[in-house]
Design a protein around this ligand. Structure first.
Ligand code: HSE
Length: 319
């Protein structure tokens, strides 16, 4: 018999993420500390699943369950578990990161939602089993069922997505000294659109470079080899196309590398950039230099400096 929680309200947090990490388009991602989304799931006095509120992002996200990634992924989980929606559930979503930033905003909402709902209904599934439902949310948000953001947000650390459907995800070791600088220029890029501009075919010689770098990057994580990591964070396939959407991209990348970044590329589908380095102070200096480029372009931005978040999504309160 299914264990039903005594809790009436559960709040979960899911962190922002960096997808692709240069050479791993759609298959590699990591979670960062700081930005993320909060979702509270509460037993409701009306049957069904509803979204009661969305805080943040100026009410731009729909309250309709089937049009909202957090709603869709929760619904998918509830159907899978056979939950009787005569005992209704409502969701309150708090966006603590901007939409269209390249930091996995829709993924964080989906992940926080399934983690909260799963805990509310008595945790029928272990955390890693929640991934397929979050991929459903991603499909609705971007028209593509990639799992790199959702897997990193759910599990934390670096994740390699060998297969999206059904998900086969490998958690990779996180080199201890690694720090990340994120610069988010204040422009918005919809993932759907930045996927549309990608070429469907690539040159074999670029593919060879890309998979050589991806293999090398995975080896660098296991070996804690920062020099190899730096050589491997390259993107021969996606960055040359998407960089045209980001003002000052190559100047920011050059500034980061000059300041000693191990590697620097586009975070997810942009416009944010990430740079990896070995200390907090260096990560900070890199951010300042990248920011100088955006100042010359009169573009506002946010900076985030963090270690790699190895925890991923978690329940933060139960009442
Ligand atoms: N891998 C995805 C992309 C992440 O680059 O389009 C964005 O959701």
């Amino acid at each position: 018999m299914k264990k039903v929680s005594q809790q009436i309200s559960v709040q979960a947090f899911a962190p922002a993420t960096v997808a692709n990490v240069g050479c791993g388009f759609d298959v590699l991602g990591f979670a960062i500390e700081g930005p993320g989304d909060l979702v509270t799931a509460t037993f409701d006095d009306q049957p069904g699943l509803r979204i009661r509120s969305v805080k943040g992002e100026n009410g731009r996200l729909p309250l309709e369950v089937k049009k909202n990634t957090a709603g869709l992924s929760a619904l998918s989980l509830l159907h899978h578990t056979g939950w009787d929606l005569n005992r209704g559930i409502c969701l309150d979503i708090e966006k603590r990161m901007p939409l269209g930033s390249g930091l996995g905003s829709s993924a964080a909402s989906s992940v926080a939602s399934v983690v909260a709902v799963n805990a509310l209904i008595g945790s029928p599934l272990a955390k890693q089993m929640l991934l397929p439902f979050t991929v459903d949310g991603e499909l609705a948000a971007s028209g593509s069922a990639h799992a790199d953001n959702v897997a990193a947000s759910l599990l934390g650390g670096f994740v390699l997505v060998r297969e999206h459907h059904p998900p086969d995800v490998i958690s990779l070791p996180v080199p201890k000294e690694l720090h990340c600088t994120i610069i988010h220029p204040h422009i918005e890029i919809e993932t759907k659109n930045s996927r549309k501009i990608l070429r469907k075919q690539i040159l074999l010689e670029n593919a060879v470079k890309q998979w050589a770098n991806l293999g090398a990057l995975v080896a660098a994580f296991y070996e804690e080899d920062y020099a190899l990591l730096g050589r491997a964070v390259r993107d021969e396939v996606i960055e040359p196309v998407r960089s045209m959407l980001i003002p000052g991209f190559y100047q920011m990348q050059a500034a980061a590398l000059k300041e000693g970044a191990l590697g620097c590329s586009i975070s997810g589908s942009g416009p944010s950039l990430f740079a990896l380095s070995r200390s907090k102070s260096q990560a900070h200096r890199i951010g300042m230099k990248m920011g100088e480029v955006l100042k010359t372009l009169d573009l506002d931005f946010d900076l985030h400096i963090s270690k790699i978040n190895t925890i991923g999504a978690e329940v933060i309160s139960e009442k």
